[in-house]
Design a protein around this ligand. Structure first.
Ligand SMILES: [Zn+2]
Length: 143
């Protein structure tokens, strides 16, 4: 591709194409669920996958569409890729659409029972340690 082609492409891109890309990103229930989970902040692919009960490969495909539309960006940290929204303004759009659709507020599991992501395993580790501690405390009371 030469420079002329790139320049022509940029000139031919109407603002509507960028807007259409955003609307395209919205046209899938799983992508909307992902955005809903990103309301709570940055999430890794494995966490989104565990919350939505879908394979990571499938979630990654949906995240690519969201990223290409410019709605989310990713950050790599070791083995994990974290996603977050570029502009929280999109949640206002989603809220308006929710009102328009008349749908009940969705209850997504923000802490799935089984998730191996660094944050959940740290939390689970802490919970286990706490319950072990409580268990010991109880036992000590009995003796
Ligand atoms: Zn998790």
């Amino acid at each position: 591709m030469n420079l002329n082609t790139i320049e022509n492409k940029a000139q031919n891109t109407s603002p509507f194409e960028a807007q259409a890309a955003i609307f395209k990103a919205f046209t899938h229930p799983v992508r909307l669920s992902i955005l809903e989970l990103l309301r709570e902040g940055e999430q890794c692919v494995c966490h989104l996958s565990a919350c939505l009960g879908q394979r990571q490969a499938y979630i990654s495909q949906q995240l690519i569409v969201l990223r290409e539309s410019g709605l989310v960006h990713d950050r790599r940290d070791g083995w994990n890729v974290y996603y977050s929204v570029v502009d929280p303004l999109l949640f206002e759009i989603l809220d308006d659409v929710k009102v328009l659709s008349g749908a009940e507020p969705s209850a997504l599991p923000s802490s799935p029972a089984e998730c191996t992501c660094p944050r959940c395993s740290t939390k689970a580790g802490l919970t286990n340690r706490l319950s072990n501690y409580r268990f010991q405390e109880k036992r000590n009371d009995n003796y």
